[in-house]
Ligand binder design. Structure first.
Ligand code: NDP
Length: 306
């Protein structure tokens, strides 16, 4: 008997298009009411091909939504002091509301210094310790984009997340910890699992919402998933195929999981697309906050489907 797909796919392309439309409308509203255009500055150090693609896509999306965006590229051997001086210059530039230094930076540059030099008010990646602290302690914060996208997608299909058990596999500052904090803020009961977790499969099986942010191809198997669960797969694992082409895999074994879960994000075509859209949300939010504007609504959740 051939396997039948029972899970409903959470389509990142469709969801991110809805969010981007809402951001574009808010950007137009901001321009009409205040004649202000949000400005994003992306900084790329070196020529890593994947980073080049990511940064180009961020700039292109910003322009498409009516924002200003500029990319500054420094050579791979740029001294750390030059990178930090550039960030300070952008911190002081009133036309730049959001600063994104594409990570990872070359090894001779301390990424923590890069993150902490960025003004928290312009920290659209949400990685500054002040942003992280605000997320945990409560209060307005620029939240890391991928976690924001994960929670928006879960809320889009489930509505109220209150009381659901969320298991987050992975505890990085970029994904695992902030997604856990956001789910806690949504009144989920949250378990954070990691490489030292005992009987990970059993822990995963208790999840109403399972977020996989590990970086290991298809590690999470179908029998790790509670029937009817919502699975958000953050993993991006590249593998070169026999024909020389790169193929992307998630952290979840999609073919197996989609026969058990109720909702699931695919890889590619899932969380990754929401990440860029959420960066646009953060750039708009940073601009509105820096200008003390209260009559433009920043979309903080996915608008309903038309
Ligand atoms: P990190 O490598 O920083 O963190 C991975 C986490 O997974 C760690 O907490 C680690 O645990 C845990 N882990 C590793 N192996 C195991 C295991 N065998 N069992 C349980 N836990 C394990 O990765 P990131 O958080 O930065 O990224 C995670 C994935 O998400 C990657 O595939 C990345 O490419 C992808 N990603 C996708 C984005 C998107 O836009 N879709 C954006 C950002 C990341 P420990 O702490 O104990 O070492």
């Amino acid at each position: 008997m051939s396997a039948t797909l029972i899970a409903q796919i959470i389509d990142g392309k469709e969801a991110s298009a809805r969010l981007k439309d809402a951001v574009a409308a808010a950007v137009a509203d901001l321009k009409a009411k205040h004649n202000i255009v949000p400005g994003l500055a992306t900084v790329l150090v070196g020529e890593d091909p994947a980073s080049q693609v990511y940064v180009a896509s961020k700039n292109k999306t910003a322009h498409a939504l009516g924002m200003n965006s500029r990319q500054i590229t420094l050579p791979a051997d740029a001294p750390e002091a030059d990178v930090l001086a550039l960030i300070q210059k952008l911190n002081a530039d009133p036309d730049v509301h959001g600063i994104l230094v594409q990570l990872p930076v070359p090894k001779h540059i301390d990424s923590f210094k890069v993150i902490t030099t960025t003004s928290p008010s312009k920290d659209v990646d949400g990685l500054h310790p002040e942003s992280a602290g605000r997320l945990v302690a409560g209060g307005e914060a620029l939240v890391p984009c991928t976690p924001m996208g994960c929670v928006m997608m879960a809320k889009d299909v489930l509505g109220d997340l209150s009381g659901l058990h969320a298991v987050v596999v992975g505890r990085s500052n970029l994904v695992g910890k902030p997604v856990a904090s956001l789910l806690l803020n949504e009144n989920c009961t949250v378990t954070i699992a990691h490489s030292r977790t005992k009987d990970l499969a059993a822990v995963c099986r208790t999840a109403d919402i399972l977020v996989a942010a590990v970086g290991r191809k298809e590690m999470i198997r179908g029998d790790w998933i509670k029937p009817g669960a919502t699975v958000i797969d953050v993993g991006i694992n590249r593998e070169t195929q026999a024909d020389g082409k790169n193929k992307l895999f998630g952290d979840v074994h999609f073919a197996e999981a989609s026969q058990v879960a109720k909702f699931i994000t695919p890889v590619p075509g899932g969380v990754g697309l929401m990440t860029v859209a959420c960066l646009m949300v953060n750039t708009l939010k940073a601009c509105v906050t820096q200008n003390g504007i209260t009559n433009v609504v920043v979309p903080m959740r996915l608008p309903p489907r038309k």
